[in-house]
Write a protein that binds this ligand. Sequence first.
Ligand SMILES: Cc1ncc(COP(=O)(O)O)c(C=O)c1O
Length: 400
Amino acid sequence: MRRRSLFAGLAGLPAAALAAENPEAYWKRIRDEQFHLPGWRAYMNNGSLGVAPKPVVAAVSRYLERSAALEMDEYPRWGYERMEAHRKALADFIGCPVAELALTHNATEAIGIVASGLDLKAGDEVIMTDQEHPSMRGPWGVRQQRHGIEVRQVALPLPPKDPGQIADLLIGSIGPRTRVLSFSGITTTTGMILPVREICRAARAKGVMTFVDGAHMHGQIPFRVSDLECDFMAGSPHKWLFAPAGCGLLYVRQEMQERLWPSITVDGWSNPAAGAARFMQVGTNNRALFEGMVAGLEFAKSIGPDRIYARIHQLARMAFERARQMPGLRLLTPDDDRMFGSLVAFDMPPAQFKKFGALCRERKIWIMMSERFRVSSHIHTRPEDIDLLFQTLEEARKSL
Ligand SMILES: Cc1ncc(COP(=O)(O)O)c(C=O)c1O
């Protein structure tokens, strides 16, 4: 039986039975019917920005139309409102109390709120890994120059032996002046999943606050925020959770809320009854985006987070194995299914790099290319996209 679409006029999801009987046919229909993606685009850069499916785009545009007609009796915006229903939908999905969750524009903003809002004095130490995103390095760098805090980087082994080695390294790095451990739950550089709970639990036992950059976590791997035992978490539902660009989140554990100063705010910022909503009083903003985010959560739930994880990890494994067989490539992602979800990274000799980049652009293959390559597949990724990527790599290699 075909499920009904969230929106009139849009195709419903294929029946779940098809996913069991013929998974490739199921996922092909998801891509063809649920996304606006043209057939010629091989998009494997969801780690930078995800793709909003049709029901999400429809929710955004329907809300914009309704707000232009002022059908509602409240301001069609966010920035002053507490957005209880939207926060509740997200809190339920990611597994935390609504009072501990604020909406933001993206993970960068959420990181900035935490890094600028904690009382830290000269000499206090913040520990990061050497695999952090610039959005994490930047705000702590400001505190370093402005307030004289120490920021120390712990080098993560590439590849690591196992999750335990990473936990030991980070926990072992805590010193007498360490106040915050600030690290990615999944690194942007290599897609490595860190043992977040183990690290946070040990840090708390030593009186150290933990701040997890979860930009890649929500929607990529199944987990519940409250189970991680962290104090703060930043996230970007527009990466893996089907939200439109401009949807972020900030988790602040209840006990930490009075230790965090809001950065941008309006009257009411000191009202504890507002909970984490105190951190989202940023003035008028586009609420249609969060209508889209809620539709994205419904979309994910209708398919099933476990089914989504199984598919995207299968695709990532496929890319991993292809990369492993390719001469000259150095895989940066750990070969351990516990330690990666759907991000696979590798590097290659510089000459090959240039040729490969040019061919990818020609063929509309979109992966992340900087000093390394990162393939991040989602449910709209076709196995043929991965084939095309590695055929292109092979051509680039042979042409030299
Ligand atoms: C680990 C990590 N943190 C933070 C960010 C910033 O995300 P956003 O641009 O959504 O703020 C990124 C973006 O790729 C990231 O990879």
